[in-house]
Design a protein around this ligand. Structure first.
Ligand code: BES
Ligand code: ZN
Ligand code: ZN
Length: 503
C-alpha cells in the first residue's frame, strides 16, 4: 500500500473513490452531520451525495458507508461517505476502526482512494489523524491467507489531499511511523497465525537472529537447553522436558546511540503450543493454543521496528520459547522444580506453564541489569472471564508505569484495564513442600493470583508491569482492524511507550 501526499484539492484528484466523513446524530429529522469535504464534493455533484444519504437512510454509524457514483463531475469515480459514529463519544480509535472496516469491505473492489485529512475541534493535529488513518488502512486490510484464497486485493494507493506544504514533512513522518508500527504488528500476527508445527522455538530463534543481523543496533543471543540448565533455569526447562523440539531462550538487545544506565526488559510468553501437558486441556480449549506465543510474537514485532523508534535507553527482549507437550519425559503434577531465582515451585498443574517460563525470564532480566520490566503473556483464560475478549489485564507495582502504559495503549487503540496486585491474596498460594505452588488454591481471582506468582520473582525496587493479553491477542471473529486469529496486540502499545522519552 502506497501513501501519497499532495496539496491538490480533493475535487481535482483522480482515484477510485474520494472519502468524506459524517458523524451520527440522534435528532428526529437529522441522522448525520456532514464533515470534512462532504459539502464541497456535494456541491460538485449537484447535491447527489446528500440525496443518496437521505434516500438510503444513512445514519453515519461507525464504519457504515454509502457510495455515490460521480458520473464524471469530478475526477474521482465515486464518493464514499464514511460514518464515524456519535461525535460525543468520538476518540481517534473510532477513526482507525471506521477506516479499517472500510478497507476490509472495499477489498478487491477498489484500488485507490483519496481523502483530505479531516480536522476535529478537540486538539486536532493533522499528523496524528494521518497516522491513525494510515494504520486503519494497513491493519484493516490484513488477512492471513497463506493457505487459502484471499478475499481480494487490498488497496494499492491512498492519497492525502489538501496538505499544505508546511505540514507535508510532519505528515510524511507520521505515515512512516504508521507503516513501521503496522508492519511490526503484522509480523506478530503472522507468527501467531502460522501453525505451531512451523513456528517452533527454532523458528522464533532464527527470526530473532535475522532481525538482529539486519540491524546494527540489535544483538541476539540464543541460549540452548544445556546452557540454560547450567544457568539454573529449572522452571522454564521443566516445561520444555516434554518436547523433542529443542527449547530456545532468546535474548535480543537494542543498544542506544549514547550509553544509558536505563535498561527496559520486555518479556514475551513464548509457549509455541500449549496442550496443558499432563493436566491436559479439553479438546475444545486446545484449539487456538498455537497463539500461546503471542507475547513472544509481540516482542519480535517490537524489535523489528525498534531501530526507527530509537529509544535513548537500552531495551532487551526475552523469550523462553518451548511448547508444552506430553511425552514420557514431560514434567508432571507433584513435581518440584527449582527456578533460576533459587525459589522452588510445586507443580499443581502442568497447564500453568507460562508463569514458570516467565519466572526464569524475570530472574534473567534482573541479572542482566534491567531497571524496568514489562511482560506480555497469554497467561490466563480467567482474564477473559473478568474483562471479556477485547481487554488486557494490566498489573504493576509502579503507578508511573501504569499511567504511561495506559497512555501508550490508548494512543494505539489497544484496550487495557488495571487489575490489583492484591497482597491479601498472597495467602491463597502456599505450598507444603516448596516455596510456592504454581497455582493458588482457588479459581477465583485467577488473573490476580497468577500475576502475584510472577511478582514473587520481581525484586521490590524494580518497576514492573504484567500484561495478561489472553483475550485480545487472539480473536475468534476478527474486528475492524484485525482479521480472525492473531491481532499483534501489544506491539503498537509498546512502540508508543518506547517513543515517549523517559522523564
Ligand atoms: N495458555 C493458557 C491461558 C489461555 C487460555 C490463553 C485461553 C488464551 C486463551 C495458560 O497456560 C493456562 O492454561 N492457564 C490456565 C491456568 C490455570 C491452570 C490456573 C487457565 O487459564 O485455565
Ligand atoms: Zn497452560
Ligand atoms: Zn499457556
Amino acid at each position: 500500500m502506497q501513501f501519497e501526499i499532495t496539496d491538490k484539492k480533493i475535487i481535482n484528484i483522480s482515484s477510485d473513490a474520494a472519502i468524506v466523513f459524517a458523524f451520527s446524530e440522534k435528532e428526529k429529522n437529522k441522522k448525520y452531520t456532514p464533515h470534512n469535504s462532504f459539502i464541497d464534493l456535494d456541491k460538485e455533484l449537484g447535491g447527489q451525495i446528500k440525496k443518496a444519504c437521505d434516500l438510503e437512510g444513512f445514519s453515519a454509524g461507525r464504519g457504515e458507508y454509502i457510495s455515490v457514483i460521480s458520473v464524471d463531475k469530478i475526477p474521482a469515480s465515486r464518493v464514499i461517505v464514511l460514518g464515524l459514529g456519535a461525535k460525543k463519544e468520538f476518540v481517534w480509535d473510532d477513526l482507525r476502526r471506521a477506516i479499517g472496516s472500510l478497507a476490509q469491505k472495499l477489498k478487491g473492489k477498489i484500488d485507490s482512494v483519496s481523502l483530505s485529512i479531516p480536522s476535529f475541534e478537540a486538539e486536532s493535529s493533522p499528523e496524528i489523524v494521518a497516522r491513525v488513518i494510515s494504520e486503519g488502512f494497513i491493519l484493516g486490510s490484513y488477512e492471513f491467507n497463506k493457505y487459502k484464497k484471499s478475499n481480494g486485493r487490498e488497496l494499492s494507493s491512498v492519497i492525502f489531499s489538501e496538505v499544505q506544504s508546511k505540514d507535508q514533512k510532519v505528515i510524511k513522518k507520521n505515515i512512516e511511523i504508521a507503516e513501521n508500527f503496522s508492519k511490526a504488528t503484522i509480523l506478530a500476527r503472522d507468527l501467531v497465525n502460522e501453525p505451531a508445527s512451523t513456528v517452533n522455538p527454532t523458528f522464533l530463534a532464527e527470526l530473532a537472529k535475522n532481525i538482529a543481523k539486519k540491524d546494527p543496533n540489535i544483538e541476539c543471543k540464543i541460549i540452548e537447553r544445556a546452557e540454560a540448565e547450567k544457568m539454573g533455569m529449572g522452571a522454564y526447562l521443566a516445561v520444555a522436558k516434554g518436547s523433542d523440539t529443542p527449547p530456545k531462550f532468546i535474548h535480543l538487545e537494542y543498544k542506544p546511540q549514547k550509553k544509558s544506565r536505563e535498561k527496559l526488559a520486555i518479556i514475551g510468553k513464548g509457549i509455541t503450543f500449549d496442550t496443558g501437558g499432563y493436566s491436559i486441556k479439553p479438546a475444545d480449549s486446545m484449539v487456538s493454543m498455537k497463539g500461546d506465543m503471542a507475547g513472544a510474537a509481540a516482542v519480535l514485532g517490537i524489535f523489528a521496528a525498534i531501530s526507527k523508534v530509537k529509544p535513548s535507553y537500552g531495551v532487551i527482549g526475552l523469550i523462553a520459547a518451548t511448547p508444552n507437550l506430553i511425552s514420557s519425559s514431560a514434567f508432571l503434577p507433584d513435581d518440584i522444580v527449582k527456578s533460576m531465582s533459587g525459589k522452588t515451585i510445586e507443580i499443581i498443574t502442568t497447564d500453568a506453564e507460562g508463569r514458570l517460563a516467565l519466572a526464569d525470564c524475570i530472574t534473567y532480566a534482573i541479572k542482566e541489569g534491567a531497571t524496568e520490566i514489562i511482560d506480555l503473556a497469554t497467561l490466563t483464560g480467567a482474564v477473559m472471564v473478568a474483562l471479556g475478549p477485547d481487554i488486557t489485564g494490566l498489573f504493576s507495582n509502579n503507578r508511573d508505569l501504569v499511567e504511561k502504559i495506559k497512555a501508550a495503549a490508548f494512543t494505539a487503540g489497544e484496550k487495557v484495564w488495571e487489575l490489583p496486585l492484591e497482597k491479601e491474596y498472597r495467602k491463597l498460594s502456599k505450598s507444603p513442600v516448596a516455596d510456592l505452588p504454581n497455582v493458588a488454591n482457588t479459581r477465583y481471582g485467577g488473573p490476580i493470583t497468577s500475576a502475584l506468582f510472577l511478582q514473587e520473582f520481581v525484586e521490590k525496587n524494580i518497576p514492573w508491569a504484567h500484561l495478561d493479553i489472553a483475550g485480545p491477542a487472539f480473536i475468534k471473529n476478527g474486528n475492524d482492524v484485525s482479521g480472525k486469529g492473531g491481532t499483534g496486540f501489544g506491539v503498537r502499545t509498546m512502540l508508543n511507550y518506547l517513543m515517549e522519552e523517559k522523564s
